[in-house]
Ligand binder design. Structure first.
Ligand SMILES: [Zn+2]
Length: 178
């Protein structure tokens, strides 16, 4: 009787341990640099099929297709507040509505690369850390870099208005980002 009981038991025990160990093996995660390379490409391809977004971002004469290929995107300690996802630094001149030398910095205290939170941006709900969320954030910053979005660093109300403009004009590019 004992022999039979062990015989029946060993199979399931070994089966149980083998299977979850395989499932639990961590998948290699792409680096943040890899994710950003992929996002530039997703946004470029999205914009090529999204005349509303392209027209909006290019309204003051800048070329968003050229810009998304080359604009510097780094990651750093932008703000201690996790609600801040990124900033664009640029030079504004009286002679042109298009900013000079724009660059984007992602807040590493924010949720750009962090899944697990929900964010409402311009009336649309996003899961953080997803391509849709990241695309919205980068298009918003691109809106500053092209000059079409008013400055919002010190105005939550303007920031909301800017997000609303981006989710409305660029819904095709945002929702198509996978
Ligand atoms: Zn902004």
């Amino acid at each position: 009787m004992i022999g039979t009981a062990i015989g029946i038991y060993l199979g399931p025990i070994y089966g149980f341990w083998d299977f979850p160990q395989d499932l639990a093996r961590p998948k290699p995660q792409p680096s943040h640099a890899d994710i950003l390379v992929d996002l530039r490409s997703k946004i470029l391809n999205g914009l090529l099929q999204d005349p509303d977004c392209l027209g909006f971002l290019g309204a003051w004469g800048s070329d968003p297709l050229a810009l998304i290929k080359v604009i510097p995107i780094t990651e750093g300690n932008v703000s201690p507040f996790p609600r801040t996802q990124a900033i664009t630094t640029e030079t504004l001149t009286p002679s042109s509505p298009i900013p000079i030398n724009p660059s984007i910095e992602i807040n590493h205290n924010g949720f750009f690369f962090e899944p697990g939170a929900t964010a409402s941006l311009g009336g649309q709900t996003f899961q953080t850390g997803t391509p849709q969320f990241q695309t919205e954030v980068l298009l918003h910053e691109l809106g500053h870099a092209t000059g079409v979005l008013p400055l919002d660093a010190n105005s939550a109300k303007q920031e909301d208005a800017n997000n609303a403009a981006i989710v409305q004009k660029c819904s095709k590019t945002i929702n198509g980002a996978r």
